[in-house]
Design a protein around this ligand. Structure first.
Ligand code: CA
Length: 243
């Protein structure tokens, strides 16, 4: 028996949106809909769905922007199924970088959509939302482990906490004082000890790999970068998910 889910469908193509809404409703799910990214984002933030079905090509805010903003601003992790055009292979990769959990290439069979939505929700329920994924980096917040390119990182607790904070803030930077305040609340700021922990993090996260992920933003602080995926391209990014 299927579990009823709250699903938000963001798709600008009205006939397709109607079709998806009908399909999900018929399967017993409770469905909200939006025809553009701005409204979709607003609905998702206001009333977080169990699963977000998000078209990539949208007027105004596109699917990538919605996804990235959602990851920054939503109080909880919302599983995202990104819908992409058939010929947009690199869009899939961009979608994953922006924080989509799975993608579906148009046109798709109704049963496939239902199966993906259910699978995403199960992964969410199974606690896999505790896994943060950014490019080649995977962080298990519950298990307190992290891996890059599948290679486990051996991080001391404070270095691990810094990595989690940067991953949650991604793609934004965090200032040194943001980090110090959250790591050692109420204590006198000590930039030397922050430096030590950042050094330990770099030794594990970056040293064994070709390109650094931990970037110093001069005059600001630190942020994570996905190697090879700076604006415009998805080269070097890693596709994941159930596809
Ligand atoms: Ca579209």
């Amino acid at each position: 028996m299927r579990t009823a889910l709250r699903v938000l469908v963001v798709e600008d193509h009205a006939p397709l949106r109607a079709q998806i809404v009908a399909l999900l409703t018929h399967a017993g799910h409770e469905v909200d809909e939006a025809a553009d990214g701005t409204m979709g984002l607003r609905l998702a933030l206001h009333s977080p769905p169990d699963v977000l079905v998000l078209d990539l090509g949208l007027p105004g805010l596109d699917g990538l922007k919605v996804c990235t903003t959602l990851r920054q601003e939503a109080p909880q992790r919302i599983p995202v199924l990104m819908l992409t055009a058939r010929d947009a292979l690199s869009d899939k990769l961009d979608g994953f970088d922006a924080g989509a959990d799975d993608y579906l290439v148009k046109p798709f069979a109704g049963e496939e959509l239902l199966a993906r939505v259910a699978a995403l929700s199960r992964r969410h329920e199974a606690g896999q939302v505790f896994t943060l994924r950014i490019g080649p980096l995977a962080i298990d917040r519950r298990g307190h482990t992290a891996a890059r390119d599948g290679q486990p990182l051996s991080l001391p607790p404070t270095a691990f906490n810094i990595l989690v904070m940067l991953a949650e803030a991604w793609p934004r930077a965090l200032s040194r004082s943001d980090l110090v305040d959250r790591l050692w609340p109420g204590e006198a700021p000590d930039s030397d000890s922050l430096r030590t922990h950042i050094f330990q993090l770099r030794q594990q996260l970056d040293k064994p790999f070709g390109e650094p992920m931990l970037k110093t933003v001069h005059g600001v602080g630190f942020r994570l970068d996905v190697p090879g995926s700076m604006p415009g391209g998805a080269a070097g990014s890693v596709a994941r998910g159930a596809a």
